[in-house]
Design a binder for this molecule. Structure first.
Ligand code: ZN
Length: 99
């Protein structure tokens, strides 16, 4: 059950970072580890694929320094969802933390 909650937070991190800069798998795993989420490629890559399929992210494969990588950036649909989630996060934060 804790994984369900964590996955929602992980998706929000991905959406947020993809709104700032192009992201890719390894970079996201490192970033998420910094925040205390341990996520391996077996969970991350299917999550990215799902988010791409839901048109929240768009993907471009490029070869950089001999490495083939998929780079993801947010779409306009993803941006709208992020805005909506931001107000929900704020509202939730106010209720849960205001004690
Ligand atoms: Zn983050």
């Amino acid at each position: 059950m804790i994984r369900d909650f964590e996955l929602a937070f992980i998706k929000l991190h991905i959406l947020y970072h993809a709104s700032k800069i192009e992201v890719f798998g390894i970079g996201l795993m490192e970033e998420l580890a910094r925040h205390g989420y341990s996520i391996g490629p077996g969970v991350l890559y299917p999550t990215l694929a799902k988010m791409e399929k839901a048109a929240l992210l768009e993907c471009e494969a490029r070869t950089v320094a001999g490495k083939r990588r998929k780079y993801y950036r947010i779409t306009s649909t993803g941006s709208l969802l992020l805005q909506e989630m931001k107000s929900k996060i704020k509202e939730l934060h106010q209720e849960v933390m205001d004690e």
